[in-house]
Design a protein around this ligand. Structure first.
Ligand SMILES: *[C@@H]1O[C@H](CO)[C@@H](O)[C@H](O)[C@H]1NC(C)=O
Ligand SMILES: *[C@@H]1O[C@H](CO)[C@@H](O)[C@H](O)[C@H]1NC(C)=O
Ligand SMILES: *[C@@H]1O[C@H](CO)[C@@H](O)[C@H](O)[C@H]1NC(C)=O
Ligand SMILES: *[C@@H]1O[C@H](CO)[C@@H](O)[C@H](O)[C@H]1NC(C)=O
Ligand SMILES: *[C@@H]1O[C@H](CO)[C@@H](O)[C@H](O)[C@H]1NC(C)=O
Ligand SMILES: *[C@@H]1O[C@H](CO)[C@@H](O)[C@H](O)[C@H]1NC(C)=O
Length: 503
């Protein structure tokens, strides 16, 4: 695409249209201008090269006259003074060049004259202020990050302007290609890139600005641990990638709003950022989402926000709760689940993070939402939770299995001192025989009637559990479930005691 607009520029002149039929045979000269930036009073040399054999050509020199149009940066060309007969030399000196301007050349020889194509347009830029035509860049600096929108403001004695750019490859384009023109201001969008920018009216060109647009790094946030119990501390770490020196880090809480997006809200004391790339959250109790970004310099540049990362809590939060039916963590792939949201809100959405941390927007991706219940049609393993306009519910790490046996275990963490029963379920209604339970791959002796009852749970019961059973009383074929984590929590005021007891 890079050079099609150059073609458009050339095509606009009538002579090129006449030559169109055999344009390939017609040479196209290359114009160079030196220097490309001028100060008032400088001389500028234009050089037109046709390529060998170059003998016998005469050279014709043109000034580009902007033709304002909404879409394409058209120019018509006006012969420079004394140019009707052309010059024998392939260079032309402009004396007392003051403002930004565009030039073009072509060559001709013979009688009747055979003309080459027109060269591409080349510009001589001036950074000096021209009251009749001026460009102001806001924010007022030459270096920008691609996340910033720039306002390129044209002022002077014209009511109609266009904003032009020549990028690093020499490609000429106008605001239409990377922004939106409102009156005489171009507001850039994410397509804006580094290049020389200036304003043009039919009669005037403004000062030009060589603007550099830096790609913005996107930091990666990690959260540890990703599951918390009341009273836990959670560490957020923000990494920008090299060169990482000199950044300050800003930490945000993700506020839900019943959409796939979150509103970033600075964490306490975060306006000045931290020098350290980590941040400790004390007394994290409920599920919450976090993001970070980094900034440096004065005036500052900020990176974009990291992806939102979550700290999940399995504990019930009466203001926002998720109930899973059937009430267990493992499910057969043939089952439909009901994910029920309850609490202080009339409206809920259900979200899911898959194993790669990718968060799907809502129930509509894998089920159907009716009121505050999501019935799944194609559930897959992942962490599920509910969000209202202000709250996150407890989360559940649900796993979906294609095998014949699953472990029946608690969706919520079990409170220390309470009892819990683990079961083992066969896909059909048939019973399983000789059921055993394993914790961290170690056989647990004496389960009663195919169940594992722990009458007073302690922190040391925490671990990965699975079950194994036989299809028939005498059969040798065994079926084993996948593992699930049994989480044990403390009543809040006894937490520290529990931890010391378990050590
Ligand atoms: C625009 O400004 C220039 C320089 O100030 C002046 O020479 C010219 O006459 C002005 N043109 C119009 C149309 O006002
Ligand atoms: C614009 O600035 C960049 C970075 O300083 C430089 O590499 C580039 O040559 C400049 N472009 C022009 C046309 O002066
Ligand atoms: C960078 O982010 C911080 C925190 O949100 C904000 O206070 C600051 O104004 C931002 N700086 C820029 C240049 O956007
Ligand atoms: C969702 O599933 C539950 C349990 O199977 C069922 O009782 C309920 O009617 C279902 N809701 C909808 C809207 O299909
Ligand atoms: C079981 O494994 C988990 C994770 O590796 C560990 O935290 C826990 O202490 C283990 N439990 C026992 C009793 O070994
Ligand atoms: C969810 O549970 C599975 C199986 O125990 C485990 O592999 C996975 O890491 C858990 N996911 C999270 C986010 O804790």
């Amino acid at each position: 695409m890079g050079h099609t607009l150059f073609g458009a520029l050339g095509l606009f002149s009538l002579n090129i249209l006449l030559y169109c039929g055999h344009a390939q045979d017609v040479p196209r000269p290359v114009l160079t201008v030196s220097p490309s930036w001028t100060s008032p009073g400088d001389s500028v040399t234009l050089t037109c090269s046709v390529g060998p054999p170059s003998a016998g050509w005469r050279f014709f020199w043109y000034k580009a006259v902007p033709q304002l149009s909404d879409y394409y940066p058209y120019y018509t060309y006006e012969l420079l003074a004394g140019g009707t007969t052309g010059t024998e030399q392939d260079s032309y000196i402009l004396h007392g060049q003051t403002h930004t301007a565009g030039y073009q050349c072509r060559a001709g020889r013979g009688d009747p004259v055979f003309y080459t194509q027109y060269s591409g347009v080349k510009f001589v830029w001036s950074g000096g202020v021209n009251p009749a035509a001026s460009l102001t860049v806001s924010p007022h600096r030459l270096q920008h990050f691609s996340t910033e929108s720039l306002s390129l403001i044209c002022e002077g004695n014209s009511t109609e302007w266009r904003v032009m750019k020549v990028d690093e490859d020499g490609y000429v384009s106008s605001c239409y290609n990377w922004g939106e023109m409102t009156g005489s201001t171009c507001n850039t969008d994410t397509r804006a890139s580094s290049g020389v920018y200036w304003c043009e009216s039919v009669t005037q060109s403004s000062n030009a600005a060589n603007i550099t647009i830096h790609n913005v790094p996107r930091p990666v946030l990690t959260v540890s641990p990703s599951w918390t119990s009341p009273g836990d501390s959670v560490t957020l770490t923000c990494s920008v990638g090299p060169p990482s020196a000199g950044w300050r880090f800003f930490w945000y809480k993700a506020v839900p709003d019943l959409s796939r997006y979150y509103t970033p809200e600075l964490l306490a004391g975060g306006t000045t950022g931290t020098e350290q790339d980590s941040y400790i959250l004390h007394g994290q109790t409920h599920t919450a989402g976090y993001a970070c970004r980094a900034g440096r310099g004065d005036p500052g540049f900020n990176t974009s926000y990291s992806r939102v990362k979550f700290v999940w809590s399995g504990g019930v939060n009466p203001a926002a709760s998720l109930t899973v039916t059937p009430h267990r963590l493992q499910h057969f792939s043939t089952e439909s689940l009901s994910l029920i949201c309850e609490g202080n809100s009339a409206e809920w959405i259900v979200k899911k993070a898959d194993e790669d941390g990718y968060v799907s927007s809502s129930c509509s991706y894998w089920g159907e939402m009716t009121g505050s219940t999501c019935n799944t049609t194609t559930a897959s393993s992942g962490v599920y939770w509910c969000e209202s306009e202000t709250q996150f519910s407890n989360a559940a790490n649900i796993t979906i299995h294609s095998g014949d046996v699953i472990l029946v275990s608690s969706v919520h963490p079990v409170t220390e001192g309470h009892s819990v029963t683990l079961g083992c379920k066969f896909k059909t209604e048939n019973l399983l025989y000789n059921v055993d339970f394993y914790k961290n791959n170690t056989l647990i002796p004496n389960p009663v009637r195919g169940e594992l009852l722990i009458s007073a749970v302690t922190k040391s019961d925490e671990g990965f559990y699975k079950c194994r059973g036989r299809k028939s009383p005498q059969g040798l074929e065994t079926l084993t479930s996948a593992e699930s984590w049994l989480s044990v929590k403390c009543e809040y005021e006894f937490c520290n005691m529990c931890y010391s007891l378990s050590e």
